[in-house]
Ligand binder design. Structure first.
Ligand code: PHE
Length: 330
């Protein structure tokens, strides 16, 4: 009996203790066998034999349970040590990402127009001559093409120089009325403080039955939009030229830095140019086969808006991926 107790005491792990338990109490176990033999024991010895067997059974059982509990605790302890996560490991909070200021500005612009029932349209970045120029009233060899410094591909396709081709694609795909914006990236061969070869525009187009929309609708919505973006500013429509609109206007807001008094940012003029717009030229409607309609269109540079909203002096810094710049926009 002492021998078995020692064996239990010396068990090193749960497997060993289980083995001992089976040796004693399993189907072929010593104690099990003892009870099986009971019926063959002569009557006068039976009582003592059974008593002894009961004591052995209870003792071993108790010792096994005791030892098992100890080994289980040890097992859990060592498992925690090897598998456990050290929750004290990071004592500095992990920094989380943020939306890029250009995308955040774009989202804000899109939100306004979606709330005004504009649909959001997209088009390919690689365009052809027809959609980027020709259908927009810039026939081949038209001098106005010089306004756009274009990246051409070998096969004369090109990287779109503005989002206006999405106007053309949407009109070819759908019937009037149309009320759409087209946000997306555009490309021009240009690089300085205020230009990068890739930048973003949001285009807008509204087409209705003839004489249903006019310059007045354009003026109203752009004024409302610019106050939503920049707060309480004055808005000025300045005559300009785009081949695809007639009349065309460039739109200025009173300088948000000096309030219109004149400063370095507005070059002492008191005004900041923020977008181009106009009444859709009849030649554009002709190119897409629209008849008896009227419409207006506008286009804006998202980076320009972001620069003004966040007072970013160098446009190029937005695309350098410098975490120190981006961290300021969390
Ligand atoms: N596509 C013009 C540009 O890139 C902007 C514009 C769009 C002007 C629509 C008028 C109407 O400069």
């Amino acid at each position: 009996m002492q021998e078995i107790i020692e064996k239990i005491e010396n068990a090193k792990n749960l497997d060993e203790i289980e083995k001992i338990r089976v040796e004693l109490f399993g189907k072929k176990g010593v104690i099990t066998a003892g009870f099986a033999r009971l019926k063959d024991i002569p009557n006068e010895e039976k009582k003592a034999f059974a008593e002894n067997l009961n004591i052995q059974r209870d003792t071993f059982n108790a010792r096994i349970l005791e030892k098992k509990e100890i080994l289980e605790k040890e097992f859990i302890k060592s498992k925690m040590k090897s598998d456990g996560v050290d929750i004290t490991l990071f004592n500095e909070p992990l920094s989380s990402g943020a939306i890029h200021p250009v995308m955040a500005t774009m989202d804000k612009i899109i939100e306004y127009f979606v709330a005004q029932n504009f649909s959001v349209e997209t088009g390919p970045l690689i365009e052809d001559d027809f959609h980027n120029f020709e259908a927009l009233n810039l026939p081949k060899y038209h001098p106005a093409r010089d306004m756009q410094d274009t990246f051409y591909l070998k096969d004369f396709r090109l990287l779109r120089t503005h989002t206006s081709p999405v106007q053309v694609r949407t009109m070819l795909k759908e019937k009037p009325p149309i009320r759409m914006i087209a946000p997306g990236s555009v490309f021009r061969r240009d690089l300085d403080l205020t230009h990068t070869p890739m930048f973003h525009q949001v285009e807008g187009l509204v087409v209705e039955d003839e004489s249903k929309v006019s310059f007045a609708n354009l003026k109203y919505i752009l004024e409302d939009f610019l106050r939503y973006m920049f707060g309480d500013v004055k808005v000025r429509f300045r005559p300009s030229f785009f081949p695809f609109t007639e009349p065309s206007t460039e739109v200025d807001i009173s300088c948000i830095f000096c309030g219109g008094k004149g400063c370095r940012v507005c070059k002492q003029t008191g005004w900041l140019e923020v977008l181009g717009s106009g009444v859709v030229d009849p030649n554009v409607f002709k190119a897409v086969g629209y008849k008896n309609v009227s419409g207006y269109a506008f286009g804006l540079g998202v980076e320009r808006f972001a620069m003004l909203l966040h007072q970013i002096p160098d446009l190029r810094s937005l695309f350098e991926g410098d975490i120190r710049l981006l961290e300021q926009f969390k």
